[in-house]
Design a protein around this ligand. Sequence first.
Ligand code: IMP
Ligand code: MG
Length: 196
Amino acid sequence: MQVIFIFAGEFAMCPMPELEKDISGVLITEEQIREKVAELGKQITKDYEGKKLLVISILKGAVVFMSDLIRQIDLDTEIDFMVVSSYGSGTKSTNSLNIRLDLSRPLDGCHVLIAEDVLDSGNTLSKVKNMLLQRQPASLKICAFLDKPSRRTTPIDVDYRGFVIPDEFVVGYGLDYDEKYRNLPYIGILDRRVYE
Ligand code: IMP
Ligand code: MG
């Protein structure tokens, strides 16, 4: 029988010229991502010991982070998804949040953790949080892989944070520009000529 060994390191070396031509620099490497996600998973496992967890991802950006994160959480864990779009920027109430795909279950009594790709202005996430709190979960926390605090216009508490990053437009690891670059395995800075 032939045994084939696949080393993750080799994939890390795999060049992606089609996507990388638009990347001006690597902000966070695959290795750094792996270490950070393991760290977050360990902390979450410890904090929720003995509890059942429901991890919610807001599609599509957080799907890559979420799928890595749950594999580092040693708890009885379920997952669910939402698709939302936010109307306007100055509106204050949750009814300006349009739910395009709702969760598949009620939240009463659940320990909910929202996995978010990047926290920018905080507008969308604060609306989602308020809306989910009305469904009376046992607890609700937020885990943001990236945080751009300099862009915040709506204050929001983040319970778990991967990396604090500067005000740059980044792509990869689930994050897109015009639906592209989500499959880049690291966080790269998108070259300004692509969008300016
Ligand atoms: P906000 O916090 O309501 O402003 O929205 C955050 C959303 O904006 C994220 O979930 C991303 O979809 C998107 N976003 C913000 N910054 C970036 C970025 O640097 N790259 C890709 N998407 C971004
Ligand atoms: Mg997005």
